[in-house]
Write a protein that binds this ligand. Structure first.
Ligand SMILES: [Zn+2]
Length: 373
């Protein structure tokens, strides 16, 4: 990140206030503007099969959430739209995922206007473009994607970005976004959580604060809710680790991991075995481990036994956190988010101290607190 931008960010966001909660009242969080026709701020980023046969549409309907499905199969797309309509679940978007896997850089890099045109024909009012990956310092690709996206009627320009654009070039990124004037959907590459550093959160806040167009933050972890608190139009949390970031091209992709559940007190996802090992250490006080969501109904989290059960619980809790944080007053939303991060950070430190290992304190919570102090 350039020195100029850091100073600008600190003058905007921090105003030399001490690191206490009162300084948050001065964070210039922007009022969020809903872009999609049905205003569900939070979306789940998922495989098409999770919606078609995995019960995700039912869960989204119960929690008031929308979903983004990774598919270009026309039959599946129509079926998913119909299911969302029948069950009155939140809005649907489709992700062509051209930025992933072999050919992610795209030989030409051109967007396919037929992709967004087809989506509009089947009822998606504001479809995502099929942008290919935008590598660090590939200024020509960024400009081309934004220009072609702006030329597609009512499309949202997808920006699958190398993290460098957020951590070091956020000023240039938002200038280019504003130059073409089309709504954008950010997705950021990282081997792990892209928003686990202060620089990344500062970059995201810079884009949200200075963009003249609606911004969606897709394919991430709980930072999705932070982004909404600071003015993102919509944001998406992945239903699995691999859908909470763009996987880098080297290293062969994500390995199969055991099911994880969201631990509300710690605001982080943990494997079911880790949760099972941690709970006995707190047998004298289980308050951190009980859950009042509709699925758990006051039980401790070690009653969750399968991936489907973990998904039912996690989605309920994430929707609940978003509903608590996101309100009409952007300053209150921003403060609520940071206070939630502070509380969860202290919970993680408490659990980590007791377990000694196997419970790393989440970098994203520290990053949000540092970036807004
Ligand atoms: Zn629960």
């Amino acid at each position: 990140m350039s020195t100029t931008m850091r100073l600008d960010l600190h003058s905007d966001l921090h105003r030399a206030e001490p690191a206490d909660t009162t300084s948050l009242q001065r964070v210039p969080a922007k009022r969020r503007t809903a872009l999609l026709e049905q205003d569900a701020p939070l979306l789940m980023q998922a495989r098409a099969s999770e919606g078609l046969t995995g019960g995700l549409v039912e869960r989204c309907a119960a929690a008031g959430l929308g979903a983004i499905y990774a598919t270009t199969k026309t039959h599946d797309m129509v079926a998913l739209i119909n299911r969302h309509q029948q069950l009155q679940a939140g809005p649907v978007l489709f992700d062509a995922e051209r930025y992933a896997g072999k050919g992610r850089d795209g030989a030409s890099g051109h967007l396919d206007p037929d992709w967004t045109a087809y989506q509009r024909r089947i009822g998606i009012q504001q479809p995502l473009t099929d942008s290919s990956y935008i590598a660090a310092n590939n200024h020509a690709r960024l400009t081309a994607v934004l220009k072609e996206g702006a030329n597609q009627s009512k499309a949202i320009t997808t920006l699958p970005l190398a993290k460098h654009w957020i951590t070091n070039r956020a000023d240039e990124l938002v200038d280019q976004i504003n130059r073409f004037g089309n709504p954008v959907a950010l997705m950021v590459e990282d081997r792990n959580d892209p928003f686990a550093t202060e620089a990344a959160v500062l970059g995201l806040l810079h884009v949200l604060a200075h963009a003249d167009v609606p911004v969606l933050q897709l394919r991430c972890d709980i930072t999705a809710i932070g982004a909404l608190a600071f003015g993102a139009s919509h944001a998406a949390i992945g239903t699995s680790t691999s859908r909470r970031h763009i996987w880098p091209p080297t290293g062969g992709g994500p390995t199969k991991r055991e099911p994880a559940a969201y631990v509300p007190a710690s605001m982080s996802h943990r494997s079911l075995s880790t949760i099972g090992l941690a709970i006995p250490h707190f047998s004298d006080d289980l308050r951190l481990w009980t859950c009042d969501c509709d699925f758990c109904a006051g039980a401790t989290l070690d009653h969750i036994a399968t991936e489907t059960e973990a998904a039912m619980h996690s989605l309920h809790c994430l929707a609940s956190l978003a509903a608590k944080v996101i309100g009409n007053d952007p300053t209150v939303s921003a403060r609520s988010w940071i206070e939630a991060c502070r509380h969860a950070l202290s919970v993680n430190q408490e659990i980590s101290a007791k377990l000694v290992k196997n419970w790393p304190v989440p970098g994203n919570l520290k990053a949000w607190i540092k970036a807004t102090r």
